[in-house]
Design a protein around this ligand. Sequence first.
Ligand code: FA5
Length: 342
Amino acid sequence: MLEELHRLRAQAEEELQAVEDLAALDAWRRTYVGKNGLVTQALRGIGKLPPDQRPAAGQLANEVRQTLESAFEARQAALQQRALDEDLAKGAIDVRLPGRPPSVGTLHLSTQTLREIYAIFAQMGFQVLRSREVEDDTTNFQLLNIPPHHPARDMWSTFYTTTPGALLRTHTSPGQIHAMRKHYPEPIRVILPGKCYRYEQVTLRSEHMFHQVEGLAVGRNITMADLKGVLTNFARQMFGAERKLRFRPSYFPFTEPSAEADIDCILCAGAGCPMCKYTGWLEILGAGMVHPTVLRNGGYDPDVYSGFAFGMGPERLAILKHRITDIRNFFSGDVRFLQQFP
Ligand code: FA5
């Protein structure tokens, strides 16, 4: 019996060494240490031995069972680890790959340009004031010194609505009236940004919808020199410290005198090139001293107060600054364009 137990242990250990997977390991367990396994059977047979042989045989049989059971556990752990390692290697994820960043949008180029403009005027003490996009004829035109049927209305091709008198504002200038009526009799220094609409031919430089930033300063002793100083400072901050600013006489019904401001061409510095149509100058805005009638319509006595106003188009400024060839890119919704201005 003892000999048989030794042999059984040797055989079981040898076979266990050869076991290479968990299925074979289970078969091995059933053969040797399972309920009907050989070692279990041997233990059961001890009762049939002569009494003097039983203690030694029992001790050995228990020893063999314990040895084989711990050998089984060790093998099982090793095989499980190997299976896990193989699994991991198969479905390997290279954790060193950079993650995919979620796409976060960027500010629209018009918004970026508007914010740049706000920042420059904020330094000069201008507050931002908003006014409505759907205007009435009175504020968009009449209070700005443009009576019905006045030929100057042709300067602004207008989107009218089905409500008589209601229209989409063609410029931010009606905001001058709102600002003056809100602030009278305080001095005013505001910019009025927002969308404007014009029923006109869409071209490389003209859209139906675009932004304007109106500027308005009203107070005592405000002169054209103040207007020039403010706009020169603006142009230099926006387009570079070396920029020159030129005022050209112009006409707007709501300013007198009126001017258009040009900067020397940012491409050729005044020498003449296709960008400036060989004039050396690029137009950036319209401006002037607030017309006495408009001051009066805003509540301010023109004998006591004076003021200046200007109006610029941020998309046109961005076109110059970034050398964009077609204004339609701004609102066509093509992200390939927008992503170029992160
Ligand atoms: C005006 O609208 C005047 N209200 C500006 C003004 C304000 C003058 C205060 C004096 C005092 P104008 O029509 O030139 O002027 O337009 C002003 C700017 O708006 C233009 O220089 C241009 O930059 C922009 N703009 C005008 N029409 C369009 C358009 N269709 N698409 C894009 N930008 C435009």
